[in-house]
Design a protein around this ligand. Structure first.
Ligand code: SF4
Length: 250
């Protein structure tokens, strides 16, 4: 046993079989954002299994690092991912990516002028309304700030929703996913949902998702939550419980 570190033996059932593994967590206070790397790891495992199944059944997957056809759709993030993306912007600017935060600011300004910020950040909207808002947003043709030369510049760090978006229909169909029949690879356990549910439980609010382009605005409006800390083992246990199943193993 390592001092100051706990291991959780994780086991949860999915339609693609049981996933087992060990997750390491440092004992001591942790922020919500510290759960994101674990969520991305699980997402990649699930996506790989989902894609393997499609390919075994003879369907080709068209998505990959060089394709950004779908990247002007609304990308919904859980609060921990919104923190992750916002802090990634700071990190990328320190590493030399100029004017990235200005791109986010310009999009937020445009949405403000159109009177859409309130509805896009409304924590109370239902799934029905969410689809209408997503369609309305899509009509604006706003490319993701991370899209450069039609390619994702943060591909290894992209959020859960982008990892889970894989299609077996021709990529050009994604130019207008609301008019064309886009065949998405089904993902039975979208990982943003347990992160959003856990945040809601910890803060006594409803589960909510935040559009990627408004993460910077949301981040600066929610500094208390961004920097709030919980006992690490409790936080991870809560997340794994939301996923459905955990055994502790120190
Ligand atoms: S983060 Fe990357 S994959 Fe996701 S919408 Fe933006 S450019 Fe596309």
């Amino acid at each position: 046993m390592n001092e100051g570190v706990s291991f959780f033996a994780v086991e949860f059932k999915t339609p693609f079989g049981i996933i087992r593994g060990k997750v390491q967590v440092s004992e001591g206070p942790m922020r919500l954002v510290d759960l994101v790397s674990t969520a991305l790891e699980f997402t990649d495992i699930l996506v790989k299994r989902a894609i393997d199944k499609e390919e075994k059944e003879g369907r080709k997957i068209y998505c990959g690092p060089g394709c950004g056809v779908c990247c002007n759709q609304m990308v919904p993030l859980s609060p921990p991912e919104a923190i992750w993306i916002s802090e990634l912007v700071d990190h990328l600017e320190k590493s030399g990516w100029k004017e990235l935060s200005q791109k986010f600011d310009r999009i937020a300004e445009k949405l403000e002028q159109l009177g859409m910020v309130g509805e896009l950040l409304d924590p109370d909207f239902s799934d029905d309304v969410a689809l209408e808002i997503a369609k309305k947003y899509f009509q604006l043709s706003i490319p993701c700030p991370f899209l450069v030369d039609n390619s994702c510049r943060i591909y290894p760090y992209r959020p859960v929703a982008c990892r889970e978006y894989n299609v077996t229909s021709p990529p050009e169909f994604c130019r207008d996913p609301y008019s064309n029949q886009v065949n998405k690879v089904p993902m039975p356990l979208p990982l943003s949902a347990p992160l959003a549910r856990l945040t809601a439980k910890l803060t006594g609010t409803k589960p909510r998702l935040i559009p990627l382009v408004l993460t910077r605005k949301w981040y600066f409006d929610n500094k208390e939550l961004v920097y709030r800390k919980w006992e690490g083992t409790e936080l991870l246990r809560g997340f794994l419980k939301e996923l459905g199943g955990v055994n502790e193993d120190n």
